[in-house]
Design a protein around this ligand. Sequence first.
Ligand code: ADP
Length: 195
Amino acid sequence: MAGSDHTFPHPPAGGDAGRSLLGRLNVIQGDITVQQVDAIVNAANSALKRGGGVDGAIHRAAGPDLQRELDTVGGCPTGECRISNAYRLPSKRLIHCVGPVWRGGGANEDKDLAGCYRSALELASQHGLATLAFPAISTGIYGFPPDRAARIAIDTVLAGLGDFPSIREIRFICFDTATADLYRDLLAEISKRRA
Ligand code: ADP
């Protein structure tokens, strides 16, 4: 497997509900396209047309049938997501989230980003997908501040996991060391607060 695996933190035996939710989160530095999970989450655009960044990598790895399927879907509003087959990727399905473009913070960006994570969990739960890998949605070409985005990602997923008990594992796939450190630091902070 590419990158380094870090489960954080390990669920404490007999720990309270909040701490066991944290035990379902992993931070992994590496490439999302090699993740062996039920659903790989994509950071897509609202037209669901092949783009750059993680979307480009996912299309490249999945093959041209992915775009053919997405063309039948016809697009997706910001803050929502759509499901597709995974084709040559190792997951069962793909979940395409449309993150907000950062416009300075006053254009519902936080709410739309949280909507991506929330709706992806909801869709995964509806389709019986128990393990998910998320990229850092909106933090590349869309320019969302990485620290703010990571807080929203973690907070929204932690809140959502309580509502969707069938989801066993969430992997936050960080492409670079700085992003992985950011997620690990935030999780350490939350874990300390809940201890
Ligand atoms: P957006 O348009 O939503 O900003 P990007 O794809 O430009 O999406 O970037 C989102 C995040 O995905 C960035 O942190 C970027 O470094 C990361 N990324 C790019 N390629 C990959 C990949 N193959 N696996 C995991 N993360 C990736």
